[in-house]
Ligand binder design. Sequence first.
Ligand code: SF4
Length: 461
Amino acid sequence: MISRDLLEDVRAAVANRSLHAAVAQSVDRHSLPAAAAMPKGQRELLRVRARAARMDAVRSLGELCERFIAAAEARGIRVHTAADGKEAARIVAEIAQAAGARRAVKSKSMASEEIALNEELGRAGVTPLETDLGEYIVQLAGERPSHIIAPCLHKSRAEIAELFSREAGREIATDTPSLTGFARERLREEFRRADIGISGANFLVAEEGSLVIVSNEGNARFSTTVPHIHVAVAGVEKLIRDYAAMQDALRLLPLSATGQRITSYVSVVRGPAAAGEDGPQEVHVVLMDAGRSDILGGPYEEALLCIRCGACLDICPVYRQTGGHAYGSVYSGPIGAVLTPLLRPDAQAQALPFLSSLCGACSDVCPVGIHLHEHLVALRARAVAQGAAFPGEAAAFRGFRRVWATPRRYRTLRPLLPGALRLAQTRGPLAVWRRGRGIPPVAPAPIARRLRAEGLIEGDA
Ligand code: SF4
């Protein structure tokens, strides 16, 4: 059953017409070129190989974790392990405090969103500034990202110009050069002034002890090289055995995300700068578990293969109507509806699998072949088994089964059906379900009687 809060958020999102337009326009900008970027056969081959490499990594996480720590520390990277999000955020804040840091620049990181890092840094007296353009926009708006790879996709150009104008104290026009020009001018200076740079990681290469960061803006490189300290926060599922195992997923990531054959920047962080080199003097990696090991070895293990491309969000008919905020979770869309209930125990998270039409388009488009719709069905069943059903729902279905079980009962009770349906549509849970859906009227006569009347089947009419 969808909780009241979630229902309210979904209703508000569905009623917001300008949100639909902004979301549809943005997701089409990603998904249409993505579909056309590579012949299907070639993409399928990549998908099979990428899935195998990701599966090997997920099934060897313990071993890869040890290898990564040993190799990274040998390169001078300090690796910290965190059991949960709170610990991960605390570790980053402590690193910042120990260095006397006051200002942090961040490149886009869903892991840092997951652990509410900005709030923790604020409590530690450190001002975090998002430097990914989309993240910067949602930070100025006091909102959360609404998409894994396009955080401000719900915002129109006019809304962004208004935010920038307020920040600049002068009018910023809505054209792209004016908007990006303002952001560039504002952020450049911040990179120089920052004491600490914070990033996520797309892959953690175990054999090599290095981090790989994929981005389309130069901000990740600035954030990881200009400040004296670089801290990367990543979930353990980002581990991959070696570069060879990473290459197919690395190709599929931009292809599935934005339809690009190659992303603008692939940065490899191999440790602190050596004497005479530019770059940070300290590099830290916070490797967090935060519920991942509970998923390992279980029926939803596949969810850990995700490379956060966002393609399942773009294709999802529910996401396209609501955008990401309605999910009330850092991860939205189909992968959010699978991952969030596995990572968070609250009732709202458990209701997320119900935000799906179960059309299966998400599973078709997923570059690592996660059977998202099957997991959604299983998680719904789990939620119902835990008591998440409308009051009377089980009794209503039992009654339905009894009535439909024998032709005699069905024939006897059928004349009552139109009245009962009318009543149910105006009161009780069916009335809620019915909003936004048309329910066809009950046919005046059963189909068997009509077919007999037309002589198409035998028997009395
Ligand atoms: S589940 Fe698949 S399609 Fe969705 S974000 Fe993850 S990798 Fe991309």
